[in-house]
Structure formats: C-alpha cells, structure tokens
Design a protein around this ligand. Sequence first.
Ligand code: SAH
Length: 464
Amino acid sequence: MKYEKDDIVTLVIEDMGADGEGIGKIDGFTFFVKDAVIGDKVEAKVMKVKKGYAYARLVRVVEPSPNRTEPKCPCHKQCGGCQIQALDYGAQLLYKEKKVRNNLLRIGGFSEEVLDRIMEPIVGMEHPYRYRNKAQFPMGTDKKGEIVTGFYAGRTHTIIPNTECVLGISENRDILEILIDYMKTYKVKPYDETAGTGVVRHVLIRKGFTTGEIMVCVVINGEHLPHEDKLAEALKKVKGMASISINVNTQKTNVIMGERCRTVWGSDTIKDVIHMQDGDGITFAISPLSFYQVNPVQTEKLYGIALDYAGLTGTETVWDLYCGIGTISLFMAKRAKQVYGVEIVEQAILDARMNAVRNGIDNVCFYVGKAEKVLPELYEKEGIYADVICVDPPRKGCDTACLETIRKMMPRRIVYVSCDSATLARDLKYLCANGYELQRARAVDLFSHTVHVESVVLITRKDE
Ligand code: SAH
C-alpha cells in the first residue's frame, strides 16, 4: 500500500519515540503521530511520506488508551515543554525506564541479560507537579502589540502566552504580572529577536525550595532598565524575594543569558539546602549564571544514589567533573579523604568555593576550565590520581580527551550521572571497551511530563 499526503489512516499506537511521538504500524509501514500515546487507537492525517515511514497528525482518538489522562495544563499541546503530559504518570515512568534501557542496549551494546541483572527500578516523584525551582520566560509582543510572556511553542520562537505552568512555582505568575505592569507603565519594550531592538529579553525566576528564597534576574538588551528602582520596589513585595538582578545580553543570539550580572536589590545569590540520606544538610548559594538542578526533591534522591554508587569509606580521592556549584563534590567530601571539582563556568566555581567554606568543608579543591583540558593537563603535569571519578556532563556527554584521561587514571569506580542516556551509552561503550564493567544503573525522574530522563550508572575496573 502506498500512502500519500492527506490520506486518513486508522491505527493503534504501539510505542513512543524519543521525543514522545506515538508510533504505530499498518502492514509493516510505520507512522509517527505526535500527541498520540501508547495504547491509543487513533485516526491520523498523513503529512509527510518517506521511504518506509510517514509523519501523521492526530485527527481524533478513536479509542483512548487506558494510559491516557487529562492533562492539567491547557497549553500542553502547543507548548514545547511537556511532551507527554497526556500519558498517565506510571506509564511515563515505564516509558523513561525503557528509553534508558534501549539506549544502553542499542548504543552501548550491553546485552539484555546484563541489563536485566543490573538495572534498578526508576525513581519516580510522589507529586509530579510544581517541582521546578527555575523557569526562564521569554518576553515578546502578540499580533496586537500587547506584551506577552509564556513559553516557546515546540521547536519555534513563537511565544505561547502562559504564566501558569503547572510544573513551575505559583509565584511565577505574580512576578511576571509585576514585570509586565512595570514595562507598560514606563514604556519599556520587549526585545524583538528579528530586528534586534527592544529591551527586555527574558526573565529568570528561581526559588530555593527549602529556604523559600526567590531570585529574579531580568535579561536585557542594554546596560540599564529605565526606573530600575521602581521595578525592584514592586518585586521585593513578593514573599520570599531575596535577589533582584539584571543580566546584560546585547548579542544577537538565542543563548538566553549574557555573561554579566548586576544585583539591583538584595543578595547576589539565593540559598537552598540539599539533604543527604542520613538527614545531614548542605547549604548552597546559587548565582543567576550557575547551573543548579531544577527539581530539588528528586535531586536529593539522585545525589543519594550517586553517593551510594561511589562506595566511599573515608579514605578515597575523588574527582567530580562538570561539578557546577559543587553540589555532588560537597556531598562526596563528607565521605571521602579529598575531592577535586572541575567546571567550565567561573561563577559556578566561585559559588562552589564559597559553598565549601559556608559548610565548613575543607577537603575540596576546585578548578575552572573545560574538563577535557584541565584533566589531561593535570594528569600530564602532576600525575593526578583518583579512586573514584564522578562525571555529570551536559547533554552532549564527555569529550573524548576527557574519557581518555579518565581511562589512563584508572579509578576503581566511575559514577556517571547523565541527562541524556544516548550520550551516556556512547561514553560507557568506550569505557567498557577499555577495562571497565557495568555494575549498576538507575533512572531518576527529574523532569516529569517531559521526555527527559536522568540516570546514574556505576562502572568498575575489571581487575577489581
Ligand atoms: N554536577 C552539577 C552540575 C551538572 S550540569 C550538579 O549536579 O549540580 C553540567 C555542568 O557542566 C554545568 O555546570 C556546566 O556549566 C558544566 N560544563 C559544561 N561543559 C563543560 C566542560 N566542557 N567542562 C567542564 N564543565 C562543563
């Protein structure tokens, strides 16, 4: 059977792809149907036909899947944030567990038997809403010229007006309303991406869940906002407000934050506390430019697993690569002899050092720079040593130069924390072809309702 554009097909969704799209087949021919969930019987309209497969648009759910649920957010279809909100939470967890497993199988080359033996059940959330401690809202204008803010529609830069995202904190709405009121009163224009004109680009809002402290950072195309004090005056009335700052980004780029921040009111940072499993807490100060995990409830569980996998007894030398503000480093330092952290963002390292001092931890040392540069250089020059190496890279995974040095350092254990299981699997394949063995793996749901999934893996030296 040959399909053509605009054909209407009826099919059962049997699987879901990496981006959350429904996948179904008719006589061996595959259809990808966005917004359809596993178990649905759907009617779909063919949009684009390729060799052996086609993309189709959901027309109607003929028989809803038992896994289908009513999304809480009215914008979930247009907004690029939540791809699988229509899938019931239990099924979301199964989908994510399978995603990690499939990548380890297909990209990592690990066998079904090994994965059956070593994979531990995914760690889900008890209350999978309002879990995000951070959001970055783009500011723009609608067709009528009114100021709008919300989220970019999937894969575009069109703003879907929405200040009530169900993943974010409820204070977001009040803060955004204050900002828009201020912009209207003082005729401050939102930034226009195409023309490169206007002022307010984005606003970053972050909250320390344990302290209640809130940070607002307004990203602007310029150095100053007119009547900055008036904005600060209105914002500081929001309960918990602790830090109001300006970030300067005058580049024509879709990178959200510029390099420079200036505090307008309050503190330069906000604080948050992460607890270890024995209840001991570590306090972190976080700057606008520093990375900090967005889901604090699950982060605690994630770090707990990483610490467990590290198997520390108090005598070990640990390297924490891609350490951010030193979160994992400080956790490990409590159980190790000495911890070294490496991170590319200078401000994050300044935060990390302050965080060590603040918590009275003195067996840590932090380096600024690329892991793939700092580590090989130190290895060549100083012959650095590690019992345990922890890596927590961004989505693109570890650079080859970094992996090569890790292999040469021959730590007994490597703990890999990953936000992209495809690059995780690729890097594990390399390390396991070079003397390491897969021991434990566990997915953690840090990003409920999205297709993203975090995982932690332990590999050990084969001769151990
Ligand atoms: N472990 C930390 C941060 C993990 S996010 C935590 O859990 O909070 C990844 C971090 O890697 C970010 O802070 C990012 O700035 C940093 N990074 C990105 N590329 C890097 C590189 N090439 N070398 C070192 N750090 C890098």
